[in-house]
Design a protein around this ligand. Structure first.
Ligand code: GUN
Length: 293
């Protein structure tokens, strides 16, 4: 068993990005600028967004956080998105999800200009990604692909089983892994909450992507000997043995699953750190006009 070490990889990638940004600065190019909109103050979203902003600063990119109360109207939020769309200094825009129930996330995603949609959530980017055209790809699946690539994991002809069909991870992951490229060329099965005989299917996975958001759901009996296991989950669960009173868990019961695998991502220290790197890479692409020129 080998760990897919997100901590190590993300450090390496951050260094690469920092060098790229420094080179842009040297030649007097546009310093990439990421804008995040955060509505309300959900603990998890606060953590994610502040980590995104902090990482941007660390590698020499510009970042701006725009906050709204969770009582903000949809119209007011959409107007802010338009304002960012029209600001040439702002290259990438993310609106942190989830949004309050009175705001349509779909409407917000569709209002972000596709050329600034560094989360890759706009239907145009999802469609272009599905067709294999240049597109912004959702940061978590992109981070997973980068991991597979850097650990030189073979994917062609393998059975990739994705558990969870979220628009952010499961759906794009399933599309990316079937593409005729590397990483890709997998036979993909996308499973979800209505899937029958789930364990039977996951047991046939050469590459198993767990992205359903249920702590320690994937147990050893659901995993084939020698499988590559990617754990996208990150949940806090009560743990009286910890000083803080809680522990971070993934969707995979790590202790019992890990010994069966060829490669596995730890939680924390796995996929999550890769996500932020992808987002910064997308923001650089946006500043350079690489996808939409
Ligand atoms: N909420 C959870 N993950 C994400 C993400 O990747 N982007 C945004 N905007 N919101 C999220």
């Amino acid at each position: 068993m080998q760990l897919l070490d997100g901590k190590f990889l993300s450090k390496q990638i951050k260094q690469e990005i920092a060098t790229e940004v420094a080179q842009i600065r040297e030649r007097g190019g546009k310093i990439p600028h990421l804008v995040a909109i955060l509505v309300g103050n959900l603990g998890r979203s606060e953590t994610y967004v502040s980590s995104k902003m902090k990482n941007c600063e660390e590698i020499g990119m510009k970042s701006t956080l725009i906050r709204f109360d969770d009582t903000v109207s949809e119209a007011e939020l959409l107007a802010k998105v338009e304002e960012v769309n029209n600001n040439p200094d702002m290259d990438g825009l993310i609106v942190q999800l989830p949004l309050p129930a009175h705001i349509s996330a779909d409407k917000v995603m569709e209002t972000i200009h596709p050329a600034k949609d560094v989360d890759g959530f706009h239907p145009i980017n999802i469609g272009r990604m599905a067709k294999g055209l240049p597109a912004y790809v959702s940061a978590t699946p992109q981070g997973i692909l980068e991991m597979l690539k850097r650990y030189e994991i073979e994917t062609a002809g393998k059975h990739c089983v994705v558990v969870g069909r979220s628009q952010i991870v499961g759906l794009p992951m399933s599309i990316l892994m079937q593409r005729n490229t590397y990483p890709g060329n997998c036979t993909v099965t996308l499973t979800h909450s209505r899937t029958q005989n789930l364990a039977e299917i996951t047991r046939t996975a050469d590459i198993l992507v767990a992205a359903l958001g249920k702590p320690e759901f994937i147990t050893a009996d659901m995993v084939k000997e020698g499988a590559v296991v990617i754990d996208v989950g990150l949940e806090t669960v009560p743990d009286p043995t910890k000083k803080s009173g809680f522990a971070l868990k993934g969707d995979v019961k790590f202790d019992e699953v890990a010994p069966k695998t060829s490669f596995i991502t730890p939680v924390p220290g796995g996929v999550g750190l890769m996500t932020i790197c992808s987002l910064m890479q997308n923001t650089i692409k946006a500043a350079q006009g690489e996808i939409y020129s």
